[in-house]
Design a protein around this ligand. Structure first.
Ligand code: NAD
Ligand code: AHE
Ligand code: ZN
Length: 369
């Protein structure tokens, strides 16, 4: 079938809206009509050419919601008409990782996913007879996409896709990192570096956990108003100080914060976040994705004296078992999604969504088909 799609033909190039060919789903696969998709900084990261797994031409996008159109042989967990959120972190329930009870990092389809292919090693997308690669197992920048059955969470059909698509990445990632990775407790102090979709979601998670002091840090002060609405008790712009931000936070708190979160993808800020955490027990969670060749560093003494460095992917959330409940929570108002949607637009305008993100003017732009 034909599908309108925004194709990334090469690194650093604007996406091109073209009509691609989409093959029917094969065994274990599902054809989904995407209704809405958010644009996450990770899409921009991969498009920039900084992603070691970046592969072109590809259909990017991984923060979507849609409706099942057709299922391949052997698919039992969804039927046409089901409402779904594609998952870049699959959940097969059977692999070593799924069974461990320790992580959400299922490996069932991860190897082929990283190569832009379906689990059988081929692609369902083409343009003018040339193959187009998939992205993060989702490719939500195409109106019709094919994903593995294990990469689909079935959700309440009454949910508003314009909002719950954000649970496909940004909001789940930030909230989940607070509850599942850091396990923030009532009264704990928190510092959140970077107030985009991920950082603001982490703020929301911190407020849900009844954290005490919540320090929000961004170089763009335009982000502070929403941060305060989400529960930040203090907002800091590192450019307002003539010393490193970790020193400022240590002075403000005495010994540092119980938990810090890096939601930017900047290795220098990752160090600042770690060094802002409390002597003896502080934890710092890396959520931001850093480019090829980047490495983190700190004095080992920071860890010797009790700080812990952690990382979090998709907020530690197991998509098929936990995401439907998060959709219900959003429908009840226990997870706020609407404030994240600062812009909406049609697929044809998708490059504007990237511009808005780079200019610091949007939190999330949601594309509708
Ligand atoms: P975003 O662009 O919307 O937000 C980033 C924020 O960081 C902006 O507000 C920007 O002003 C701020 N910032 C930039 N440099 C800064 C600095 N030096 N100090 C303080 N603030 C600074 O991005 P996003 O969509 O929220 O994504 C954030 C990061 O999280 C990206 O690296 C993205 O790839 C990553 N991410 C990771 C996961 C995961 O599962 N680990 C999931 C989603 C996104
Ligand atoms: N491909 C990159 C890494 C990208 C990355 O870290 N992705 C995050 C999700 S970002 C969503 O916006 C993640 O979950 N990683 C775990 C995984 O299995 O991909 C690289 O460096 O190669
Ligand atoms: Zn994302």
């Amino acid at each position: 079938m034909k599908s309108r799609a925004a194709v990334a033909f090469g690194p650093g190039k604007p996406l091109e809206i073209v009509e691609i060919d989409v093959e029917p789903p094969r065994a274990g696969e599902v054809l989904v009509k995407i209704t809405h998709t958010g644009v996450c900084h990770t899409d921009a990261f991969t498009l920039s050419g900084d992603d070691p797994e970046g592969i072109f031409p590809a259909v990017l996008g991984h923060e979507g919601a849609g409706v099942v159109v057709e299922v391949g042989e052997g698919v039992t967990s969804v039927v046409p008409g089901d409402h779904v959120i594609p998952l870049y972190t699959a959940e097969c329930g059977e692999c070593l990782f799924c069974k461990s009870g320790k992580t959400n990092l299922c490996v069932a389809v991860r190897a082929t996913q990283g190569k832009g292919l379906m689990p059988d090693g081929t692609t369902r997308f083409s343009y003018n007879g040339q193959p187009i690669f998939h992205y993060m197992g989702c490719s939500t920048f195409s109106e019709y996409t094919v994903v593995a059955e294990v990469s689909l969470a079935k959700i309440n059909p009454e949910a508003n896709h314009e909002h719950v698509c954000l649970l496909g990445c940004g909001v789940t990632t930030g909230i989940g990192a607070v509850h599942n990775t850091a396990k923030v407790q009532e009264g704990d102090s928190v510092a959140i570096f970077g107030l985009g979709g991920i950082g603001l979601a982490a703020l929301q998670g911190a407020r849900q956990a009844k954290a005490g002091r919540i320090i929000a840090i961004d170089t763009n002060p335009a982000k502070f108003e929403l941060a305060r609405k989400f529960g930040a008790t203090e907002c800091l712009n590192p450019n307002d100080f003539d010393k490193p931000i970790q020193e400022v936070i240590i002075e403000m708190t005495g010994w540092g914060v119980d938990h810090s979160f890096e939601c930017i993808g900047n290795v220098n800020v990752m160090r600042a976040a770690l060094e802002s955490s409390h002597r003896g027990w502080g934890q710092s969670v890396i959520i931001g994705v850093a480019g090829a060749g980047k490495e983190i560093s700190t004095r080992p003494f920071q860890l010797v004296t009790g700080r812990q460095w952690k990382g979090s992917a998709f907020g530690g959330v197991k998509g098929r078992t936990q995401l439907p409940g998060m959709v219900e929570a959003a429908m009840k108002g226990d997870i706020e999604l609407e404030p994240f949607v600062t812009h909406t637009m049609e697929l044809e305008k998708i490059n504007d969504a990237f511009d808005l993100m780079h200019e610091g003017k949007s939190i999330r732009t949601v594309i509708h088909y």
